[in-house]
Every structure is written in C-alpha cells, then in structure tokens.
Design a binder for this molecule. Structure first.
Ligand SMILES: NC(=O)c1ccc[n+]([C@@H]2O[C@H](COP(=O)([O-])OP(=O)(O)OC[C@H]3O[C@@H](n4cnc5c(N)ncnc54)[C@H](OP(=O)(O)O)[C@@H]3O)[C@@H](O)[C@H]2O)c1
Length: 238
C-alpha cells in the first residue's frame, strides 16, 4: 500500500522518498517499481514536509517513535483511535490520522483515504484529482481510524466468522449438509467463503494485529471485543 500511495503522490508531481534501511528485498523492489527515491535511513525521511507511515499495524508505534519529524506526520495504518493518539504523541509535531479502505490505488473508484485532525485538509489536497479518493472526516485525531476500524470490523470480522463456521461443520462431519443448506437459503455464502479463504491464505497473518486493534476499539467504547479477538485467532492459524 505504501508503494502505491507513493506512486500516486509522484503522479501529482511531488518528490517522494523512502528509507530502505532494514527493509526486505520485496519492499525494495516495490519501491523501485513505484519510482520512489531511496534516502537510506528514517532520519532522512523525517526531514520531509509530509511523512506517511504505512506499515503493519503492530509496527505503527515503533515507526512514530523514530521521532523528530519536521513536518506533518500522517499515520495511515489500521490501528485503534487510542493507539493513533499514542502514535501522534510519539511522533511529535503536527499529525494527521488516516485510514485506508480499498485496494492499493491504481485506478479511480477503488480506494478511499479517510483523514482527520487539524491538518487533514492539507493532506487531502495532495491527492486532489488523483486516483486516491482522500476524504476529510473531521478535525479530531482518532476519527479516521475509527472509520477504518468499524469498516474492517465488518469485512474481515465476518470473513473470519465464515471460515470458523465451515471449520466447525467439517469438524462435526456435517460440511456437505451445511453447504446444501447454504445453496438453498444463503446462496451467496459459498462465494464469500471462497473469497475469505483466498484472502486469509494470502495475507491473514497480517490481519492478526488489525483484529486486535478492532477488539480494543470496541472495548474502549464498552462494547464486546470478543468477536474480533476470535477473528485474530482464526487468522493467526492461517
Ligand atoms: N494492502 C491493502 O490492500 C491495504 C488496504 C487498506 C489499508 N492497508 C493498510 O496499509 C498498511 C500496510 O499494509 P500492506 O498491505 O501494505 O502491508 P505489507 O504489504 O505487509 O507491507 C508492509 C510494509 O511495511 C514494512 N514494515 C514492516 N515492519 C516495519 C517497521 N517496523 N518499520 C517500517 N516498515 C515496516 C514492510 O517492510 P518489510 O518487507 O521489510 O517487512 C512492508 O514494506 C496497514 O496498516 C494496512 O492496514 C492496506
């Protein structure tokens, strides 16, 4: 996602740099393909006017703690509103909360970038007219992340539930009658299960942290976090 967002910013005429220090060959190849300029270390990236953090949810706070960001720091990761407030404090300076919904943006209509915080409009402006649809939610840090948590709570939460339900039927030796009943009364579920299996096999391990962030978001509002703690378990096993 980071390489794709960088490519969009390049297409908008901006210089886009990244830090290869400690990163894998796969990440280097994606950054090269996106035409991003490697400045080596995070300290060099930190001098930029705007810094985007787009990494696995469990790494968001560590990235912010690299600190000393000179300009606007945008956290675009799938983390809870409480976590993003920690990130903002760690990053220092001006910060913007972000949450991305959709696939890595390559054509219009696929991807929304929700933004919130006092500087959200300035960040949205960077994407004006591009394939990435940037939308300001509010001027409150935490609101953009809350949109992402609520959205992914449904998409990935129900995917995990469907995977667990079919496993249960298999374990009980009743998979065939369940599938026959799905075909009769819930015909969309076979296809949804296939999609959930494909996605979970490809990237389920990366969703464990995101499910834990969603559970924490529910619990912070006095709502049950158990759905998404269970979803984390389902994805941990993939
Ligand atoms: N992909 C999507 O369709 C999508 C959609 C919506 C939102 N997002 C959000 O975008 C973020 C990134 O997701 P992704 O799908 O792009 O993940 P990804 O394909 O696994 O890429 C994560 C990138 O972060 C790097 N990284 C890992 N640990 C790091 C650390 N401690 N410090 C700095 N960089 C680190 C990885 O580098 P290495 O290769 O060296 O590990 C890799 O380049 C997540 O918060 C996710 O929720 C993604």
């Amino acid at each position: 996602m980071g390489a794709a967002v960088g490519a969009v910013l390049r297409s908008q005429g901006h210089r886009v740099v990244w830090a290869s220090e400690g990163r894998s060959d796969e990440t280097r190849a994606r950054a090269r393909a996106a035409g991003l300029e490697d400045v080596g270390s995070p300290a060099e990236v930190a001098r930029s006017e705007v810094v985007f953090s787009i990494c696995p949810p469990h790494a968001a706070l560590d990235v912010a703690r690299l600190g000393l960001f000179a300009g606007i720091y945008v956290d675009a990761n799938a983390i809870s509103p409480a976590r993003v407030r920690e990130v903002v404090q760690a990053a220092g300076g001006d910060a913007v909360d972000g949450g991305i919904v959709g696939s890595p943006p390559r054509e219009s209509g696929t991807t929304r970038f929700y933004l919130s915080g006092p500087n959200a409009a300035a960040v949205a402006e960077l994407f004006a007219g591009s394939v990435l649809d940037a939308r300001v939610v509010s001027d409150e840090i935490g609101d953009a992340s809350a949109v992402k948590m609520a959205y992914a709570g449904w998409t990935k939460g129900t995917a995990a539930m469907l995977l667990a339900i079919r496993e249960l039927a298999r374990a009980e030796g009743v998979e065939e009658p369940l599938l026959a009943e799905w075909d009769l009364s819930l015909p969309e579920l076979r296809e949804r299960h296939e999609r959930a299996t494909r996605s979970a096999n490809a990237k389920g391990w990366r969703w464990v942290g995101e499910m834990e962030e969603i559970a924490a978001t529910f619990e912070a509002d006095g709502l049950p976090g158990g759905f998404h703690r269970a979803a984390a378990e389902v994805f941990r096993g993939r």
